[in-house]
Design a protein around this ligand. Structure first.
Ligand SMILES: Cc1cc2nc3c(=O)[nH]c(=O)nc-3n(C[C@H](O)[C@H](O)[C@H](O)COP(=O)(O)OP(=O)(O)OC[C@H]3O[C@@H](n4cnc5c(N)ncnc54)[C@H](O)[C@@H]3O)c2cc1C
Length: 417
């Protein structure tokens, strides 16, 4: 069955690219919008010329030059003008884009948790350092520590090693017993993921993998000099130039919330065919729950077909079931626990845009009250970093989203066409 409908997709990561290819193959027209300079999202960052992944290449082969394909890159959706009109900032202008059917593939963000010294120059997120290296930042000969929790630590460490950095240690918060149980489950139920993990460890041969450990403090003067790590009651100080600290990912639900789609448990709520609480908006990939690239691709395909009124392809259903089982295993294994709250000391800055320390947040009952009293989350990033951190530290859910959902210039806002 084919269709000539027009589908708008926000996000050109694996979910968005899969959705776009599926929709074009079904005869629809596609407008793909993304704020990056090149398609690929987080994992295929760098654009088609750098892709080695066969799936990414196949998606681009369909999309590139297709007469039904419009690609709006360097275009960030900063909100909406009304229920069916997105507001984009592109080429220094505000551009409204109307849609009848929309698929949100807005991905995820890293969960950054505060610890003493985390605002020093040289401390980044785990994915943040990986993105900087992929973007060309030289790290050859520089000392790197990668710390926090989750598989992204290994991917980041390998990216750094391949770029010539000396990775002093990968510091994983979860204990070895839990990681071993995770490995056994991967081997029995998710063999491909097991092989991927094995290949990451093989690439990191010689790099210490410290488990059951957590950051005590990053130390330095005008920049990072070292990080102190605690494991089994013992503290070790690693001299380093970069500390890449990440504690997992959180779905990016900003645009979904701006469009009044329901969000629950931190992710965009969807039904079995990826429809959101709105009849004309679907969502796919990490924004519906963290699960990795296979989940993103399967969901992108299913969401595109559902948005066009078509049935999902039979092959995608078992793929999605397996990918969601992997996602659940990942969430159980690497869920941040209470011990990580203890990293944040009373004088630790929680909101780095507005310099708000933990001590001034403690007396407040919720996010709104704390915002009004301390300006937490009211700086340029609008709580994108400290919001999820406060949700974890104090149990303050993030309900509100204000337009613009991304920093936009006053000129853009005053020149909406
Ligand atoms: C920092 C980071 C690093 C990662 N590194 C790895 C890795 O090395 N290996 C791995 O297996 N997985 C990695 N992941 C997980 C990986 O993101 C997913 O497995 C996969 O890329 C998810 O695909 P997606 O399409 O759902 O989202 P993404 O790939 O994140 O794509 C979402 C896209 O939407 C765009 N977007 C979001 N909001 C807007 C907006 N308002 N306007 C315009 N564009 C918007 C984003 O810029 C992005 O290009 C990483 C995740 C993060 C956050």
């Amino acid at each position: 069955m084919t269709t000539d409908k027009l589908l708008h997709i926000v996000g050109s990561g694996p979910a968005g690219l899969a959705a776009a290819q599926t929709a074009l193959d079904a005869g629809a027209r596609v407008c793909l919008i993304d704020d990056n300079h090149a398609p690929g999202g987080q994992i295929w960052r760098g654009g088609p010329a750098q892709w080695t992944d066969a799936r990414a290449q196949a998606f681009w082969k369909t999309l590139h030059g297709h007469p039904g394909f419009t690609h709006m890159q360097d275009a960030q959706v900063i909100g909406c003008v009304d229920a069916n009109t997105l507001l984009l900032e592109t080429e220094g202008r505000g551009v409204p884009v109307g849609f009848a059917r929309l698929v949100l593939c807005t991905g995820a963000r890293e969960l950054s948790l505060p610890f003493p010294g985390w605002t020093l120059p040289g401390v980044t997120g785990a994915g943040g350092l990986q993105a900087l290296i992929k973007g060309g930042m030289p790290v050859a000969g520089r000392r790197v520590v990668v710390a926090g929790s989750g598989p992204l630590l290994l991917a980041t460490a390998l990216t750094a090693v391949r770029a010539g950095a000396q990775v002093a240690a990968v510091v994983e918060h979860q204990p070895l017993s839990r990681l071993s149980a995770f490995g056994v489950k991967l081997l029995s139920r998710h063999r491909k993921k097991f092989l991927q993990a094995a290949s990451l460890f093989a690439g990191l041969r010689g790099v210490p993998y410290v488990t059951g450990a957590q950051i005590v403090a990053a130390r330095g003067d005008d920049m990072l000099r070292s990080v102190v790590v605690q494991a089994g009651g013992r503290q070790t100080e690693y001299a380093c130039d970069f500390l890449a600290a990440g504690f997992g990912l959180v779905p990016n639900t900003d645009l979904a919330r701006a469009l009044r789609c329901d969000v629950g448990d931190g992710a965009v709520r969807v039904d079995g065919l990826l429809k959101t609480s709105r009849a004309d908006i679907w969502a796919a990939g990490e924004c519906t729950g963290i699960g990795g690239v296979d989940k993103a691709v399967a969901e992108g395909r299913i969401a595109a077909l559902a948005a066009l009124g078509l049935r999902p392809a039979a092959r995608d259903i078992p793929v999605l079931r397996t990918a969601r089982a992997f996602a659940a295993l990942l969430a159980r294994t690497f869920a941040p626990d209470d011990a990580l709250r203890a990293m944040c000391q009373p004088d630790t800055i929680v909101c780095r845009c507005e310099d708000v320390p933990a001590a001034s947040l403690l007396p407040h009952r919720d996010w709104r009250e704390a915002k009004l009293a301390t300006r937490v989350g009211m700086g340029p990033c609008q709580g994108k970093t400290c919001g999820p951190a406060c949700e974890f530290l104090y149990g303050w859910p993030q309900h509100d989203v204000r337009i613009p959902i991304m920093p936009a210039s006053a000129r853009t806002l005053s020149q909406i066409e």
